[in-house]
Design a protein around this ligand. Sequence first.
Ligand SMILES: Nc1ncnc2c1ncn2[C@@H]1O[C@H](COP(=O)(O)OP(=O)(O)OP(=O)(O)O)[C@@H](O)[C@H]1O
Ligand SMILES: [Mg+2]
Length: 266
Amino acid sequence: MDGKVIVVTSGKGGVGKTTVTAAIGAAMAMQGKRVAVVDMDIGLRNLDVVMGLENRIVFNIVDVIQGKCKIKQAAVKDRRIDNLFLIPASQSHEKNVIRPENMIWLAGKLRKEFDFTFLDCPAGIEQGFKNSIAAADEAIVVCTPEVSSVRDADRVIGLLYARSIKPRLIINRIVPKMVENGDMLSHEDVLDVLSVDLLGLVVMDDKVVVSTNTGTPLVMQKDSAAGSAFQRIGLRLDGHPDLPIENPMGQKGFWKKLGAKFSRKN
Ligand SMILES: Nc1ncnc2c1ncn2[C@@H]1O[C@H](COP(=O)(O)OP(=O)(O)OP(=O)(O)O)[C@@H](O)[C@H]1O
Ligand SMILES: [Mg+2]
């Protein structure tokens, strides 16, 4: 097997990297892929809680890197979704216990075991980010429609290009009503600033909070707009790159845009 290692990063904290990692990981495993999600936030792990797997952790990524266990022993299997595995972070180590060369070694092993490995990067551009991008074949940059988040995403995109990694963007926590009222940047505004390929648009959705608090995979929740956006992102990442991206503004966005085009001409 020659799987892909994809880093999920953002620069800014709290924009949805862990949510994205858990949801896309679950979506792709449900689509039949063998998937690992790796918590790269050494000292502050939380991907395990978001996935509801916190009580089943025995070993962690640092144990694997230090040769204390095999990947198979550290990987926690999700009981609800076949083919989904979590490699947790350590809570008791310093961030710099892992070096980029360790991650390059680990990624080599993960590519053999999994079709897709997602690295849930910590916020910032320090050690955890450097370790993650050293190992990655591709990158997903997550941002929200806020100026500070867009600015940090821009910085991270520059750093990824400098490593010859072409990033794709997910804009998360879009509130259509606020965009409509002119109180939030639209996804077009964000894309104008960040000239990068768009992978998906995800609305603000209460079901995300329910999923996080109960450890129930978002993609298994009925009627979740964010959940179905993540399912489509999963398809786009594997085999269906041209699957259209749904406009969260629906028809309103379409008519508004069309209206703006005509008013410019007149
Ligand atoms: N689409 C969404 N709708 C509603 N809430 C969301 C959405 N995406 C993320 N959230 C919420 O935002 C918060 C931050 O999300 P998350 O932990 O995934 O961010 P993060 O980028 O991983 O943060 P950190 O930088 O601390 O690791 C969480 O409470 C999560 O439930
Ligand atoms: Mg996180």
